[in-house]
Ligand binder design. Structure first.
Ligand SMILES: Nc1ncnc2c1ncn2[C@@H]1O[C@H](COP(=O)(O)OP(=O)(O)OP(=O)(O)O)[C@@H](O)[C@H]1O
Ligand SMILES: [Mg+2]
Length: 501
């Protein structure tokens, strides 16, 4: 007995020591893939293997990214999206909770959709779907975001009114519309319920009143972000390159979650409609960064996309500071977990419990620097090797030298809504420099201007831009001629001076 015990202790000790001197890593043939069919991420710590990500040998293409604030989650995501678009032409849709990606998306020549700041979504829009299916989805979102599930009669009344609104607008519930008609909004739905209340024949007026009240939260003037005609073409969403859906202009989490759920539902339908294709790589990546309400609820379409995404070559990247905010079904089913620096022991316990890595790796994770990661992958193989390994700093993409001047601060509300009006101008550094030279701005002043623009993350409104130019002691005339030469209209230029004086 005694002897066995000693041997056990000794082999444990030995195992630990091997771990310390030789941190585990999957064999290089799993990490190093064809560069024309994979995304380079960084160099592994143990053997210095260039880790190139592909999902061919993984259980699925989805990725979770966790780590404390400033650990490098967004940096990894941006790098990954840019490389995936080079390698596979992958489209990306970022569901941008805090608006933290929009500057970068502009710089990368992507499209920014700013909800509540000029852009609107009508959540009754069909985007090729049958009204009956969209009606179900809207109810599903209300289930997640409101207490309607606890009130079956109110739920029934609401669902019925949504369908009635489609019927009144000339749609057939069970068939996909062949052309776009005038799509009803939640205002029409609330109106139908109000009419029913006014008829006075319905047995339970209090139920009707409550159902109306709930819908009014999303459709009253000023908060009708989802009850107006859509300004974006949902059909184009998955084929438009890099798209940032900026939710930061919406007043609270509920509105943001409603937008995110709607977009996920729409993307799920698009994914299924597009069907399978034998293309290399990923067709689209959907990014959910800190979208905890959407990533944590069982009924969210994030989970459907996780389940079905592989066969349609759709990937999801879910990022969070708090791994327990990511639904278990998502977390345990993603093919790749990127773990950046983690501090809280309870988060570490959760990660170790689900991914089952060694205490050696646990120690390493708590000491990670910015951009350094532990990576865990689920390979489709029966071969035995450790699935978690350490990566040196994620090697990032150099951002493009692009500077953006927005006019939004100069425009009236009506102008901001005008789809045909150019609201921002992006310039490559080389173009701006040449304009500075043309307008006789000297080199020192030029360097200073670029420095000031850098400090603003290369994104300024026109007022700020004019202030920067004035601070360089440029005369009004040369500023006017510079602004004209980069394409800004005289009426806007004169406003800029009124505002800055
Ligand atoms: N691999 C890296 N190489 C170089 N710089 C990096 C790397 N990762 C992150 N950084 C820099 O560190 C800073 C924080 O990174 P990032 O914004 O990605 O953090 P985050 O995890 O998304 O934080 P938050 O949770 O607050 O959004 C940024 O300035 C970023 O440029
Ligand atoms: Mg971030």
């Amino acid at each position: 007995m005694g002897l066995i015990k000693i041997q056990k202790v000794m082999s444990n000790e030995l195992a630990k020591r091997t771990f310390i001197t030789r941190p585990p890593e999957p064999p290089s043939e799993y990490l190093l893939n064809d560069p024309t069919d994979s995304v380079f991420v960084g160099i592994t710590r143990r053997f210095g293997v260039p880790f190139t990500w592909t999902f061919g040998n993984l259980t699925n293409p989805h990725i979770s990214v966790v780590g404390i604030t400033g650990s490098g989650k967004s940096f990894f995501i941006k790098t990954f999206l840019i490389r995936a678009s080079y390698v596979w032409n992958t489209n990306a849709i970022i569901i941008d909770w805090a608006g933290e990606y929009k500057g970068w998306v502009r710089q990368s020549a992507g499209t920014v959709v700013s909800l509540a700041k000029g852009d609107y979504i009508n959540i009754m829009d069909l985007a090729g779907m049958k009204p009956i299916d969209r009606a179900k989805q809207i109810m599903n979102s209300l289930d997640i975001l409101t207490d309607i599930a606890n009130f079956p009669e109110q739920r029934r009344l609401t669902a019925e009114a949504i369908e009635q609104a489609y019927l009144n607008a000339g749609f057939i519930l069970a068939s996909a519309p062949s052309r776009t008609k005038n799509v009803p909004t939640l205002k029409d739905v609330a109106q139908l319920l109000t009419e029913k209340l006014q008829e006075g024949t319905y047995e339970y007026p209090a139920e009707l009143e409550n159902a109306i009240y709930r819908l009014r939260q999303f459709s009253r003037e000023g908060e009708d972000y989802f009850a107006k005609k859509s300004t974006i073409d949902l059909d184009q969403l998955v084929t438009s390159g890099l798209v940032d859906l900026d939710l930061s202009g919406l007043p609270d989490e509920r509105f943001r979650a409603l937008a995110a759920l709607f977009i996920l539902q729409t993307l799920k339908e698009k994914m299924r409609a597009e069907g399978w294709s034998a293309n290399k790589g990923l067709k689209a990546i959907i990014v959910l960064d800190e979208a905890w309400k959407v990533a944590s609820d069982n009924r969210s379409d994030a989970i459907t996309i996780i389940r079905e995404g592989r066969k349609y070559q759709f990937g999801i990247i879910v990022a969070s500071q708090n791994p327990t905010d990511i639904n278990e079904a998502i977390f345990s089913n993603v093919g790749t977990n990127i773990i950046l620096r983690i501090k809280f022991q309870k988060f570490m316990d959760y990660l170790q419990g689900s991914l089952n890595f060694s205490s050696f790796i646990r120690g390493e994770i708590s000491r990670l620097g910015v951009g350094e990661a532990a990576i865990d992958m689920s390979f489709q193989t029966s071969a035995q090797f450790p699935s978690t390994f350490m990566l040196n700093r994620v090697v990032g993409e150099v951002p493009l030298d692009v500077y953006t001047v927005t006019l939004a601060d100069m425009l009236t509300e009506a102008e901001n809504r005008d789809q045909n009006l150019q609201k921002e101008y992006s310039f490559e550094k080389i173009f701006l420099s040449s304009k500075f030279v043309e307008n006789s701005i000297n080199t020192d002043a030029m360097d200073d201007i670029f420095k000031r623009l850098e400090a603003k993350n290369r994104l300024v409104d026109l007022k700020e831009f004019v202030r920067i130019l004035l601070a360089e002691m440029l005369g009004k005339d040369s500023i006017i001629s510079l602004l004209r030469s980069i394409g800004i209209s005289d009426s806007i230029i004169s406003r800029a001076f009124v505002y800055t004086e």
